[in-house]
Unconditional design. Structure first.
Lengths: 116, 112
């Protein structure tokens, strides 16, 4: 069974600094996608960044980038130049490629606080 | 606003009552998902529709839970004889050709 583990329940970063959120996963599939979702307080979940497992190049989206280590089954999120608006719960998620449902499997989340 | 909408946003009910939630996906999206999120946890998959067909149900979805998507548009999730353990945020997501799931704001259920 596929599982996603986020070992950091809470993280804190100073505004304008860089923070890295960790995620590991377990799967026997070779083709899959990994995601980081952001869930601000009382607001809906939005996609931050996605990574296709077959791509060796790490995905980047503006201040957000990932470090994807396929062999280690590790998928960390780096937020550069942190802003107050980055404060949220961050979820790492996985889905198999070509599956019947494409359902997402989520980790337990990391609550990120940004200090002014 | 053309995003995923859910109604109601909050529901407080007494144990043993039935509740029904509604999800309106993005109009051209043919795939719809329900997830449940309890405090301190990530969302967990409940069920999946492709158009009007319910193609997968999680073991989390007990006999008291039923979901429908009658015309392949909006979906409803009903919980019968609610229990305190049903208290959670119920999230709906939809996806189209791109396969990215867009989430609604959720319905927060509190069972007293």
């Amino acid at each position: 069974a596929q599982t996603v583990t986020q070992s950091q329940p809470e993280m804190s970063v100073q505004e304008a600094e860089t923070v890295t959120l960790s995620c590991t996963y377990d799967t026997s599939e070779s083709d899959y996608y990994l995601f980081w979702y952001k869930q601000p307080p009382s607001r809906q979940m939005i996609l931050v960044i996605r990574q296709e497992a077959y791509k060796q190049q790490n995905a980047t989206e503006n201040r957000f980038s990932v470090n994807f280590q396929k062999a280690a089954k590790s998928f960390s999120l780096k937020i550069s130049d942190s802003q107050l608006g980055d404060a949220a719960m961050y979820f790492c998620a996985y889905r198999v490629e070509g599956g019947a449902t494409n359902k997402l499997i989520f980790g337990t989340g990391t609550l990120l606080a940004v200090q002014p | 606003d053309t995003g995923v909408s859910q109604d109601p946003r909050h529901k407080i009910t007494k144990r043993g009552q039935n509740v029904t939630f509604r999800c309106d996906p993005i109009s051209e999206h043919n795939r719809l998902y329900w997830y449940r999120q309890t405090l301190g946890q990530g969302p967990e998959f409940l069920t999946y529709f492709q158009n009007e067909a319910q193609l997968e149900k999680s073991r989390l979805l007990s006999d008291r839970f039923s979901a429908e998507r009658p015309k392949g548009s909006f979906s409803t999730l009903e919980i019968q004889r609610t229990e305190q353990g049903d208290s959670a945020m119920y999230l709906c997501a939809s996806t189209g050709l791109v396969n990215e799931q867009f989430f609604g704001p959720g319905t927060r259920l509190t069972v007293l």
